[in-house]
Design a protein. Structure first.
Length: 281
């Protein structure tokens, strides 16, 4: 398993890093578009669609993203879209987590399928726009999720249930603790502070998300970092909830040793559009 994880990670890095740092945003946008289409295929399978219908769902997601690209949406502010998408994630995520695993099948399947495709489309539009804004901005958002996840893991292992007697979401993801969530938030706050200092030192041409927030005060940087960390946890928990309802461990086996595409991007689905929303405001 470890060997598979390492090989898959190296292959993904070999694909994504050259595209990420290429002078034009086009290669990165194209590769991430294909990944979102694969995520839509997984989404169809998780919601009980057959092989052909799931492939059609992936094609639909690809066409929706491509149409937005062709329509010039990657160069438009789209503040209204990020606001609507962010509100949908905050309210919808809270409703789904409150309903828990038993509540997911009660949502009409058509609503689930459409909602999933729209979430993937919105995330692709956000990551592509973030790359257009600059590599520094995009990396500041991506590393926020990675830092939150890493610090949450180690804080949970070291301090889990030492200060609280209740787990974060025992019926959805029994391994997560409140101490882990707090550790993730602390890690992101440290990352944000260090990134702002780095931007100031290197005079970055494309300011990071953190630098954009701190221009309005350190209080907003702290609030934004905590909020984004919390929403990354929401994205993770929502996918875990859906997999438990479907009775599967991974969203697919597309990425050997890592599960599926949705398993890798679940925390990014809410944070990417929310990052764009915060940057536009």
């Amino acid at each position: 398993m470890l060997k598979q994880r390492v090989i898959t990670a190296l292959v993904l890095l070999a694909i994504f890093l050259p595209a990420l740092f290429y002078p034009s945003f086009v290669p990165f946008a194209a590769i991430t578009l294909l990944f979102m289409a694969a995520g839509a295929w997984e989404w169809g399978r998780l919601n009980g669609l057959g092989g052909g219908a799931s492939l059609a769902l992936g094609a639909l997601c690809l066409a929706l993203c491509a149409a937005s690209w062709a329509g010039g949406w990657l160069q438009q502010p789209l503040t209204w879209l990020w606001t609507l998408g962010g509100a949908a994630w905050v309210l919808g995520g809270a409703a789904l987590l409150r309903g828990g695993v038993p509540g997911w099948p009660k949502v009409p399947r058509a609503v689930r399928i459409v909602g999933g495709v729209l979430a993937l489309w919105l995330a692709w539009l956000a990551v592509a726009q973030a790359r257009v804004a600059g590599v520094n901005f995009l990396l500041s958002v991506l590393t926020l999720v990675w830092m939150a996840d890493t610090c949450a893991y180690f804080a949970g292992r070291a301090f889990g249930l030492r200060f609280t007697r209740a787990k974060l979401a025992p019926s959805i993801s029994p391994g997560k603790s409140w101490e882990g969530a707090w550790g993730g938030m602390l890690g992101v706050l440290v990352l944000a502070t260090a990134w702002v200092a780095g931007d100031a030192h290197w005079q970055a041409q494309a300011p990071s998300l953190y630098t954009q927030l701190v221009r309005h005060g350190w209080w907003l940087l702290a609030l934004g970092a905590v909020f984004m960390t919390a929403m990354s946890v929401v994205g993770d928990l929502v996918e875990s909830l859906i997999k438990r309802s479907a009775g599967v461990k991974d969203s697919s086996g597309l990425l050997p040793g890592h599960g599926g595409v949705l398993d890798r991007i679940d925390a990014l689905l809410p944070t990417l559009p929310l990052a764009m929303m915060l940057s536009r405001f």
